[in-house]
Every structure is written in structure tokens, then in C-alpha cells.
Design a protein around this ligand. Structure first.
Ligand SMILES: O=C(O)CCC(=O)C(=O)O
Length: 297
């Protein structure tokens, strides 16, 4: 359980770093499983439902940006998400009823693994309230060289910046936006087993991996169960029909029970439409949407 002081710091800054969030044996099991997935990706030439391939991927040199929804791909990943320790972190920040938004395992390959341009997760999936966050569990040590997550402290209380370019949702802010203050960025470095958490409205991004080591972070994104999606990634539920929607929600509950009376708060929202020509992942939206890079050499 986290201290009241840690929670208060998260609420003020919009992020927190939790040291030794998960024990070494568990981290090793998760990392080894991730490495097996990377090994298996050698057989692929195109992204699919499991793998998002980075430029330059080949059988000789596997280069992934991401293993998609890892908790659905392997019981080790699902176990990490639903461990008692993780559940206590979820409820510390989000209260007793917590619904999963998604998971992803971002695997920046050594020697240039892709940057994630600056964005606010909220721009991708606005909800009826913004009690939403992302945990980032470090599977390897993360230092200044291998593309640490960066955040702008306090930005979760500021505006939601435009994530549009040339009339499409490109999933990134323009680094020249006068309300974007790169000079205030903090790098969230740490050891394997440390975990960051950032609010859904916190501006964040990460530079390419310029080291010779992979940078592997598994993200768990979740919300208070009284936050219901307006549009974007979570709004697929509206297509399911009522029974399938209910079954899906039950499956996504991490703690507590579904909440059928959405809590509706006034927050800035701009819907993520129209999509970029390839919106199959944030990497593809940013690329095909022509996002201007904040990390260009
Ligand atoms: O992998 C990273 O550094 C950032 C990931 C992220 O923000 C995202 O996938 O939405």
C-alpha cells in the first residue's frame, strides 16, 4: 500500500515513481516471457494482432515497438496485472471499483527503437470523468540513454492540447504548440521492478532508444469504473451489443464491481476524429498522421 504522501504527490504532479513496486522473481518471469515473444516475432514480416513491428524489423534483427494487449497473450502477463500487489496499487489511486482500459508492452529495440511523440492518453479515449491512469512497469533498467518515459509535471491540470495535424487525429501534440513546455520535462528513469504511474491527462512521451539495450516497459491503463468512454479506444464496447458489452466489462474489472451510474464531470474534450490513415497503434497514428517529432536529431 502506498502512503498518503505518495498519493498526494501523484495528485499534485500527475505522476509518481514507485521503487521496487514488484519483486525480482516476478519481474524476471515477465521479462523472460517478453523475450520469448520477441524471439517468436522473427517469423513475422508484418504487424498483426499481437505484434507491432518497428521499421527495420527482420528475422535476423527483431525490432518491435510493442507486444499488444499482453495480458491476453500469456498467463504470466495476466498474472502480473491481477496480482494482489498490483490490485492494491490500482485501488490506492482509483478507489474500490477499477476497470481495465488496456495493457501494452512497449519494447524499444536497441539502437534507435522508436520514439513515442508527446501526447495525453485522454486525447485518445476521453471518458465521463478523468479518474484514469497508466502504470509503467520497468522490465529492464531504464536510464537516460534507452528512451525513458518523460512527463511534464502538473500538465494533467492544464489544457488538453490539440493532437490533430492536417485535419486528422495524429495522436501527438505539435512540439511548437505554445502551451507545450519541453523544458519542464522530467525523465522517469529507474531499475527493473520500479514502476511509474501517470494521469491520463499528463503530457508524456519518450525519445528513441539510443543505447545497445532494449527498453521494455509494460503499461497497465485503467480507470475508476464510474468513468465511461465517450469515444476512442474504449468505445469499441458500443459496437458489441448489450450482453457482449456486459461480458466484456466483467472481464475487464480488476477490482470491485461495475458501476452503472457514470460520474459525469466537466473536462476538456476533443474527440479523436477523423483517424489517421493507419490508426492500428499510437506509433502508426503518429507516423501516418504526420506528427511533427519533438525528438528529431
Ligand atoms: O513507451 C513509451 O515510452 C510511452 C508509451 C505511451 O505513452 C503509449 O503507448 O501511449
Amino acid at each position: 500500500m502506498l502512503s498518503a504522501e505518495q498519493i498526494a504527490r501523484y495528485r499534485t504532479d500527475g505522476y509518481l515513481l514507485i521503487e521496487n513496486a514488484i519483486g525480482p522473481d516476478e519481474i524476471k518471469a515477465i521479462r523472460d516471457t517478453a523475450l520469448e515473444f520477441i524471439e517468436r516475432s522473427r517469423a513475422l514480416t508484418e504487424s498483426d494482432d499481437v505484434y507491432d513491428l518497428d521499421d527495420g524489423h527482420s528475422a535476423e534483427t527483431p525490432r518491435l515497438t510493442r507486444i499488444k494487449v499482453p495480458h491476453k497473450q500469456h498467463p504470466i502477463f495476466d498474472g502480473a496485472l491481477r496480482s494482489d500487489r498490483m490490485k492494491s496499487y490500482f485501488t490506492d489511486f482509483l478507489g474500490p471499483n477499477v476497470a481495465l482500459q488496456t495493457t501494452k508492452l512497449n519494447t524499444k529495440a536497441p539502437g534507435g527503437g522508436a520514439a513515442v511523440e508527446w501526447h495525453q492518453d485522454w486525447a485518445f479515449y476521453p471518458h465521463t470523468n478523468d479518474d484514469m491512469l497508466a502504470f509503467g512497469l520497468m522490465l529492464e533498467d531504464v536510464d537516460e540513454e534507452n528512451g525513458p518515459l518523460m512527463v511534464i509535471p502538473g500538465s494533467h491540470k492544464g489544457p488538453v492540447l490539440s493532437h490533430h495535424n492536417n485535419g486528422v487525429f495524429c495522436g501527438a501534440v505539435n512540439p511548437d504548440d505554445p502551451e507545450f513546455h519541453f523544458d519542464k520535462a522530467i525523465k522517469l528513469t529507474g531499475k527493473a521492478g520500479d514502476m511509474s504511474v501517470h494521469h491520463a491527462r499528463t503530457l508524456h512521451g519518450s525519445a528513441p532508444n539510443r543505447s545497445d539495450r532494449a527498453r521494455m516497459i509494460m503499461f497497465f491503463e485503467a480507470c475508476s469504473a464510474d468513468a465511461w468512454p465517450l469515444l476512442g479506444a474504449g468505445s469499441y464496447i458500443h459496437r458489441l451489443g448489450q450482453q457482449a458489452m456486459w461480458d466484456d466489462l466483467r472481464e475487464r474489472m480488476i477490482c470491485g464491481e461495475p458501476v452503472l451510474s457514470p460520474r459525469i464531470e466537466t473536462n476538456p474534450v476533443r474527440l479523436p476524429l477523423p483517424p489517421a490513415s493507419d490508426a492500428s497503434s499510437i506509433f502508426k497514428s503518429q507516423k501516418s498522421g504526420g506528427a511533427k517529432s519533438a525528438f528529431a536529431a
